[in-house]
Every structure is written in structure tokens, then in C-alpha cells.
Write a protein that binds this ligand. Structure first.
Ligand code: NAP
Length: 295
């Protein structure tokens, strides 16, 4: 089977490159630019004709969409671009898959939730109530995929980090090493997710063909719950940056262009039961990632 990965130079895309090595399927890794030392086919997912061409030329049966506009703050002042990448582009991919009876695996976010005051983990069929442009455009993307009539797996994930690209873990590794004191918000609660764990899950679902008869929306993050403060404390502990005094603070102390969800924990019961998964606890995966970054 021929599988096309978009956004292959991003966090999740790079982890997909790693986990798919040695697969019985053929993977085609695409992005808007080439990455040094990596084989990358140029594909801009805002261009429907280009998607159709690459699908036809390579007889693509599955697209794994790792591309997106992921800058949550900047999305507030770039709504048009965020909508293009997070809503229109996934619709393009869905249409291209619909035309060949293929499957679209698409990644969405816990930030489609948060506008209502939840205090129990969010389920797949819960109404989306985004608090900002990023979450709203990702919700539009989900809607466009569903309306297209294509076969899809939408995996909503949260607080993604990896050894690749820019992310919270890398930022905090730097800050806890260089600052004597740091304040981090404790009133936003969710679950960190190591992109490698998510990539392994996507790979397993596709490689095993267990998506057949199981299409729909799923939630995937690591196990457990924490605040950004707790997350930072563990980053400092695992990296040995114990000289930094890390203190909890409220979100109001950090003025931001966007209101982030206070609680966006995802309920993962469906993905675990459907695909028989054991999901790693968030601290185990964090430790593994930090060891890779600091090695
Ligand atoms: N990061 C998080 O905390 C988080 C949380 C929940 C859900 N998610 C979702 O998880 C998925 C993966 O996120 P990630 O953090 O791995 O993303 P990422 O690191 O930002 O990677 C996205 C990739 O898409 C590429 N891209 C941008 N515009 C494109 C276009 N028009 N055509 C093709 N590729 C394009 C980007 O290239 P450039 O860098 O050159 O623009 C980048 O290589 C996304 O759907 C995201 O919404 C992420």
C-alpha cells in the first residue's frame, strides 16, 4: 500500500519517518520545503490539483496529515491563513481520498474544547467549544472532513512535544538551565503527549489495517493529567536542572493574545478499547524524550 505523509518535517511528521522504517508499506514523505538529510517530496496541501496529481502518480491509498498551522498565539492575528491550513487544506486531502476510496488520517486537537467549564475528561462526541482561532479552525477542518464523505480517522491529541522542532519541553529545558527562577501557570490542565507515542499508534492502526470498520473520531494523549507547572517541574527534574526555582502562577499573570482552555483532558477509552492499546504514562514518555534530546 502507498501512504502519503504531509507535514513530514514537523514534530509528528519526523516521528512518522522513524516509526515507519522497515514497514511493509511504501511511505512518501511530503512538506512545503525539503529537510536536510531527509527525503522529502514537495507538496503544498492548499493546492488540490497538486494533491490529486501526487495521489494518482503514486496510487496513494492512505494520507496521514501531519501538516497544520500550529502557532496558537499567532493564529489570533492570522485567521485567514490558519483557516486555509487547518480547515480548507484537510478538506482538499479528504476530497482527494474520497475520489480514490482512500483513507485520511487527520490530527486534531484538545483545543477544540475548553469554552465550557469541564471538569471531566472530554469524550469524542462532546460538542466543540474552542476558545481561540486555532481551535476553531481545527474544528472547521474536522467538519469539512466529515462532510466530504471520505473514510477518515481523526485523532485529537494534546500538548505535543518531541525531539524535533520547537515545543514546550525544549523551551523549558533551556529556561530551567539558564534562569534562577521561573513562574509557570498551574490553572491550565491537560495531558502532554510524546509525538513518538502518537506516531507509533498511527503506524499500528495503518499497518494492521485495523482502521477498516473502525473509522471515526478518537482521542489520543499520554496517560495522566497535569498542569503546565507540573509539566515544567518534571522537565527540570529529568534534565537535572534543579537549581531553578519553579513557582506556580495564574494565567492572568501571563498576558496572551488567546484564552487557552483551563481544562482540556481527553478521554481515551475509545481508542484504547477499539485498537487494544496500552498508552504510556506522561512522565515515562517525557523521561524518554529528554534522554534523547540531552544525549
Ligand atoms: N503542537 C501541539 O502542541 C499540538 C497539540 C495538539 C494537536 N496538534 C496537532 O498535531 C498535528 C501535528 O502537529 P506538529 O506539532 O507536529 O506540527 P508542526 O511541528 O508545526 O509541523 C507542521 C508541518 O506542516 C508544514 N506545513 C505548513 N504549511 C503547509 C502546507 N501548506 N502544506 C504542507 N505542509 C505544510 C510545516 O512546515 P513549516 O514549518 O515550514 O511551516 C511543518 O513542517 C497538527 O495537526 C496539530 O494541529 C499539535
Amino acid at each position: 500500500m502507498n501512504i502519503l505523509v504531509t507535514g513530514a518535517n514537523g514534530q509528528l511528521g519526523n516521528e512518522m519517518r522513524i516509526v515507519s522504517k522497515g514497514s511493509k508499506d511504501r511511505y512518501i514523505f511530503t512538506d512545503v520545503v525539503e529537510a536536510e538529510g531527509q527525503e522529502t517530496t514537495i507538496l503544498n496541501i492548499t493546492n488540490l490539483d497538486a494533491i490529486r496529481r501526487i495521489v494518482k502518480d503514486n496510487n496513494v491509498q492512505v494520507i496521514i496529515n501531519c501538516a497544520a498551522y500550529t502557532n496558537v498565539d499567532a493564529a489570533e492575528s492570522n485567521q485567514e491563513l490558519a483557516e486555509l491550513l487547518n480547515a480548507k487544506a484537510p478538506e482538499n486531502l479528504a476530497l482527494a481520498m474520497k475520489e480514490v476510496n482512500g483513507l485520511l488520517v487527520h490530527i486534531s486537537t484538545d483545543y477544540v474544547f475548553g469554552g465550557d467549564p469541564y471538569n471531566t475528561p472530554c469524550k469524542e462526541d462532546q460538542k466543540g467549544t474552542p476558545t481561540g482561532v486555532y481551535g476553531m479552525t481545527k474544528l472547521h477542518g474536522e467538519g469539512n472532513i466529515i462532510s466530504s464523505g471520505c473514510e477518515y480517522i481523526i485523532l485529537r491529541t494534546a500538548w505535543l512535544y518531541s525531539e524535533f522542532g520547537k515545543n514546550f519541553v525544549k523551551t523549558m529545558l533551556n529556561l530551567t538551565a539558564t534562569r534562577p527562577q521561573l513562574k509557570v501557570v498551574f490553572d491550565q490542565v491537560g495531558t502532554p503527549t510524546y509525538a513518538l507515542d502518537l506516531a507509533k499508534t498511527i503506524f499500528e492502526i495503518v499497518e494492521s489495517r485495523r482502521y477498516e470498520g473502525n473509522t471515526g473520531i478518537y482521542h489520543y494523549s499520554n496517560e495522566g493529567v497535569c498542569s503546565w507547572f507540573d509539566f515544567t517541574k518534571m522537565i527540570a527534574e529529568y534534565s537535572g536542572h534543579t537549581d531553578c526555582d519553579i513557582q506556580p502562577c495564574h494565567s492572568v499573570e501571563f498576558p496572551s493574545p488567546v484564552k487557552r482552555p483551563a481544562y482540556s483532558v481527553l478521554d481515551k477509552t475509545k481508542v484504547k478499547e477499539t485498537f487494544g492499546l496500552r498508552i504510556p504514562y506522561w512522565t515515562e514518555s517525557l523521561k524518554e524524550c529528554i534522554e534523547k534530546i540531552t544525549d
